[in-house]
Design a protein around this ligand. Sequence first.
Ligand code: AMP
Length: 114
Amino acid sequence: MADCIFCKIINKEIPSTIVYEDETVMAFRDIKPVAPVHVLIVPKKHIPSVEALDRDNAGVLADIHLAAKKIAEKEGLSGKGFRLINNCGKDAGQTVFHLHYHLIGGRELGEKLI
Ligand code: AMP
């Protein structure tokens, strides 16, 4: 989508630190990391949020999870633990309306989700 910042990152129109890429998924470092490892995993196809998922496009969720596993391995998090977070919609604090999962780790994250 023309005015989507993550589509611009995917199309390499704006810079990012890419840590993983395959046919359907891209992952890059969050510009404002909240932990030593903070990577955003996104589908290459523009899907605004979880609310826009359906039977036809939800297959990418498996790709995102498999990418998360590989990135966690590469970042040295395997066996230590990490968190995979999706914010869906305004009340959840979603600021970029291109589906993305935050992969966060590299320190003890505590037990709270909020
Ligand atoms: P959310 O609040 O779940 O929509 O998360 C959006 C995330 O995108 C935030 O953590 C931002 O720091 C991150 N972000 C915004 N612009 C960029 C960018 N150009 N490169 C990397 N991360 C970004």
